[in-house]
Design a protein around this ligand. Structure first.
Ligand code: AMP
Ligand code: MG
Length: 336
């Protein structure tokens, strides 16, 4: 998963973060042992990141990869030819027919926006593009550019119609589903494997972990959450899951260091247009649906501990671990 980490992030941060000596292997989630060599791992580059599927040798993994490529073609924002990019190109032009996948993903994103009071905002496409974090040329935009982009970031201007139609009322608004897409895809992949009768699999989509059943030895999968600022493979916590997902949003995932030493990361505060400063280094969500875990982790990161915990109250079955700036962990619904 280190492919998600940008070596440029390894500098002290200011603007509220008391981060010292940030190594580029800050926090990462690692799947800790499948417990049995019977799971065969295959990896591909999808959603702009390295994805892996560990499943029994007789699983039809190829059909899952095919479906994942299809989802990438539909939901991907990094992909200029994606269905989402084409939809964005038709902003302000009335109702557009989209695939059932894209319709469902936008619906989920809008539900998360509503639930989080807009902390999760699928209308940040312009801002995401401006910052370019995770791309080759990330930069701190001019304030005027940020203000302009913020003026076209109202998710209430995205409307869902019947029969898989969507309209974007603001001609300059761009939808970005980066905060939910990998989780959405992980749910689909897990569902496909389960339909094949597979009862044990581990999916790792750029750090979004999803599992089908238990390990082949009958034990639960163990997923490690790396301790911030400590050596790689030194875990802050290890969680045990079966048939569930573990998703983390963190400052380390995609980021760059500005000329002044400031760490700029990829989770944006929709109110300021700047990377969110909420007193956290990461939020991990554990729960049955990976798309919900994905959405909640981003939302909770923006909201911070107190408001994040209040959001989680509305999502029974979802647990969390917030890692604060000092490296301490605040659990929710899980004992650590
Ligand atoms: P994640 O790693 O799941 O937290 O998602 C972060 C990605 O979602 C970013 O790279 C952006 O593409 C997008 N994004 C950034 N800030 C937000 C936000 N506040 N709400 C929704 N999506 C966001
Ligand atoms: Mg997310």
């Amino acid at each position: 998963m280190s492919d998600k980490l940008s070596p440029g992030c390894g500098k002290p941060a200011v603007r509220g973060y008391s981060i010292l000596l940030v190594s580029f292997a800050l926090i990462l989630i690692l799947a800790v042992s499948c417990g049995d060599e019977k799971l065969v791992q295959s990896s591909r580059l999808v959603f702009g990141t390295s994805c892996s599927i560990s499943a029994p040798a007789d699983a039809d993994v190829e059909s899952v990869w095919k479906r994942l490529a299809e989802l990438d073609d539909s939901l991907g924002a990094h992909n200029l030819d994606s269905e989402l990019s084409r939809l964005n190109g038709r902003a302000g032009q009335g109702w557009v027919n989209v695939s059932e996948d894209l319709h469902r993903a936008i619906e989920l994103a809008l539900e998360m926006a509503e639930a989080s009071g807009g902390a999760f905002n699928p209308a940040l496409g312009n801002l995401v593009e401006l910052w370019g974090i995770g791309g080759e040329n990330p930069k701190v935009p001019e304030q005027a550019q940020i203000d302009r982009a913020l003026g076209h970031s109202d998710w209430k201007n995205i409307e869902l119609g019947p029969d898989d139609t969507v309209r974007i009322l603001d001609p300059e608004l761009k939808i970005d589903l980066g905060a939910i897409g990998k989780g959405f895809a992980a749910d689909e992949a897990a569902r496909m494997l389960a339909e094949q009768g597979i009862d044990s699999a581990l999916l790792n989509f750029g750090g979004n972990i999803m599992t089908v059943g238990r390990r082949p030895d009958g034990k639960m999968f163990r997923i490690g959450i790396q301790a911030p600022f400590e050596q790689r493979n030194s875990y802050n916590q290890v969680v045990r899951i079966a048939g569930e997902s573990v998703v983390t949003s963190g400052v380390y995932e995609r980021c760059f260091t500005g000329e002044d030493g400031t760490l700029y990361h990829h989770i944006l505060n929709p109110d300021t247009g700047y990377p969110a400063l909420s007193g956290l280094l990461s939020v991990t969500i554990i729960g049955p649906e990976s798309a919900i875990c994905d959405g909640l982790s981003t939302a909770c990161f923006v909201l911070g501990v107190e408001r994040g915990l209040a959001l989680l109250e509305g999502f029974p079955g979802y647990r969390a671990i917030f890692i604060l700036e000092d490296g301490s962990a605040v659990p929710y619904g899980i004992s650590i």
